[in-house]
Design a protein around this ligand. Structure first.
Ligand code: HEC
Ligand code: HEC
Length: 528
């Protein structure tokens, strides 16, 4: 069995590489990819390869046959390893998700299985070097700082693709909405391209995994269509706001991606759209092990992708504002409930009884692993329960009908064990505020046509769709699972570490975490 696994591995690696748009794999880099993608974590390797063997057709004509389904192995990262679980048992690399369209890009070009189904600077730098900047991710249309950037020499290419190479950012070009309540009065684009005709908005590829828990599609929700006939409506909101199903939105999105990112001349067939979306919905990705805390499913813990897949989701589950849309239960702020069994593992055991009158030796101190586990459990409690004042958040303080100012991380990240927001609502937590702008980002000054007020932003977010002043800077609440495997964070990749996310929120909402609380919260976020 082991031999067969070894035989198949290079073929699978080649299939994945081709699918991800890699340059022609040499024997050398295909074996390193084999290791990276398929053998990731030492513990997982044996079972994974065994499973691949079961799935694959072990014939001598394997080269001509469609690539075999792949059971993905754990992928190592700084904190341990992440794992993608497929609800159908294996990842079908023959799915059109992996098929190159138009300019040679496939979905996997920007949604890589070994990068949390997104992309990041480290692996992009390797792809740049290996391909001399010709890997299909490096395309002028939206990979570059400007579609007009010079790319004749390697140095020019490196400059043109600097946003990908430093932050994994894709340029989303969107026109100023017609009839908007605001006008563009100033554009500061370091790359001299953006204008009202097309703003350059640099955004991170959202992961194409854990989509079971999505209530809207894209950062600005632009692929989430309104649908007056749908039953997916915000509760008690008049006039009614009802939305197409996420499934319908994803179908449409897949075609937009092929026409846009991949510059395909033709639409996907309905069958291809269906196949891509069905495929996406089988994927669940989370951290599976931690260097310090060990297996995230040990000792009663409920981490890992298989558990995640078993969580229920529907529009309005555990809604912050109206309570659960189906059960009517009030909002439960214990949104994250995976590591409760690890609480108190830092407590010393009770001392043994005295023996023949002599005092017993002191109990052994808790192990380093148990201390790490207890920190994660404390971090989960902080996420759910540490209260702070949520103020100045467009979409939250102005639109929710009940005063909910006092909240926690769970207020916005309200979907159980996933952390999305379970209805279509977008919030402006200030990530794209002009004050946070770094010199590599274009900056836009917008003026309210009625009040004359101005605001600076690097990304107007939902307002690019609605044209509404109040929607400027609002984006959707992303899932938090598997974040360790896909830095940098936020829609603009402005935060590179999980510690810095905690710092961002601490400052933004004046939370006042102690050093211990900040460390515990970070420890928890790293094992999601
Ligand atoms: C050139 C890179 C690139 C390619 C190729 C690409 N995507 Fe994306 N994808 C992105 C970016 C960037 C975003 C976020 C854009 C935004 O929100 O404005 C995104 C967002 C998404 C989302 C939204 C997820 C969510 O939580 O809302 C889905 C689904 C998705 N892509 C699927 C696909 C599919 C399917 C394909 C292939 C047909 C594809 N992508 C090809 C870059 C890419
Ligand atoms: C007011 C609503 C709100 C609150 C409160 C909130 N978040 Fe968020 N969170 C968001 C939104 C919206 C985003 C996306 C922001 C962006 O990318 O611009 C986000 C993004 C994130 C991300 C980045 C995910 C990614 O894929 O890039 C993490 C991690 C996160 N939040 C953790 C937390 C933690 C921890 C807390 C509590 C300290 C918290 N959030 C409180 C709304 C909120």
């Amino acid at each position: 069995m082991y031999q067969r696994a070894l035989y198949l591995a290079p073929a699978i690696a080649a299939a994945l590489l081709a699918a991800c748009g890699g340059s022609s794999p040499t024997a050398e880099n295909s074996s390193s990819t084999t290791q990276r993608v398929l053998q990731g974590g030492a513990q997982g390797a044996a079972t994974t390869l065994a499973a691949v063997t079961v799935q694959a057709a072990p014939t001598a004509t394997a080269a001509a046959a469609p690539p075999p389904p792949v059971v993905l192995a754990p992928v190592p990262n700084d904190e341990g390893a992440s794992l993608t679980f497929s609800s159908v048992g294996a990842v079908d690399t023959a799915n059109p998700f992996f098929k190159p369209f138009g300019n040679g890009r496939s979905c996997a070009t920007c949604h890589q299985p070994d990068n949390g189904w997104s992309i990041g600077p480290d692996k992009l730098a390797a792809r740049f070097t290996a391909s001399g900047g010709t890997d299909p991710v490096f395309r002028l249309v939206d990979g570059a700082t400007s579609p007009l950037a010079a790319t004749a020499t390697l140095d020019q290419k490196r400059a043109a693709y600097s946003m990908l190479l430093t932050k994994g950012l894709i340029r989303v070009g969107l026109p100023m909405p017609t009839g908007a309540e605001f006008s563009l009065v100033k554009t500061e684009d370091p790359y001299n391209y953006a204008s009202a005709k097309e703003l350059s908005l640099f955004r991170r590829p959202l992961p194409t995994t854990n989509l079971k828990f999505a209530s809207s599609v894209m950062w600005d929700s632009r692929e989430t269509a309104s649908d007056a006939a749908s039953a997916l409506c915000l509760k008690d909101v008049r006039p009614a706001q009802c939305f197409a199903s996420v499934d319908a939105s994803l179908l449409r999105q897949s075609n937009s991606a092929v026409r846009g990112h991949a510059e395909a001349a033709q639409d996907l067939t309905a069958a291809e759209q269906r196949a891509i979306v069905d495929f996406e919905k089988t994927l669940f990705t989370t951290q599976i092990s931690s260097i310090d805390a060990g297996s995230l499913t040990d000792a009663g813990a409920l981490g890992g992708p298989t558990r995640l897949a078993a969580n229920a989701f529907y529009f309005g589950i555990n809604d912050l504002e109206s309570g659960d849309y189906q059960t009517g239960a009030p909002f439960n702020r214990n949104v994250m409930a995976m590591f409760g069994a690890w609480r108190n593992l830092d407590r010393p055991l009770p001392p043994p009884p005295p023996v023949r009158g002599r005092p017993a030796p002191p109990p052994p101190a808790p192990s380093a692993q148990n201390l790490a586990r207890a920190a994660i459990a404390r971090g989960e409690q902080i996420f759910n329960n540490k209260p702070f004042n949520i103020s100045g958040v467009a979409g939250f303080n102005d639109e929710l009908r009940r005063p909910l100012q006092r909240g926690s991380c769970a207020s916005c990240h309200d979907t159980p064990n996933s952390g999305t927001h379970s209805v279509v609502r977008m919030f402006n937590t200030g990530v794209s505020a002009g004050a946070r702008r770094t010199p590599d980002m274009p900056l836009y000054t917008l003026r309210n046509n009625t009040s004359g007020e101005t605001v600076t932003t690097t990304d107007p977010g939902a307002a690019m769709q609605t044209g509404k002043w109040k929607d400027i800077g609002r984006v959707k609440v992303p899932s938090l699972r598997g974040i360790e495997s896909r830095s940098p964070y936020f829609h603009d990749g402005s935060v590179h570490t999980i510690e810095d996310i905690v710092t961002f929120y601490d400052k933004r909402f004046n939370i006042g975490y102690t050093a211990q609380e900040a460390a515990d919260l970070a420890a928890f976020l790293k094992v999601l």
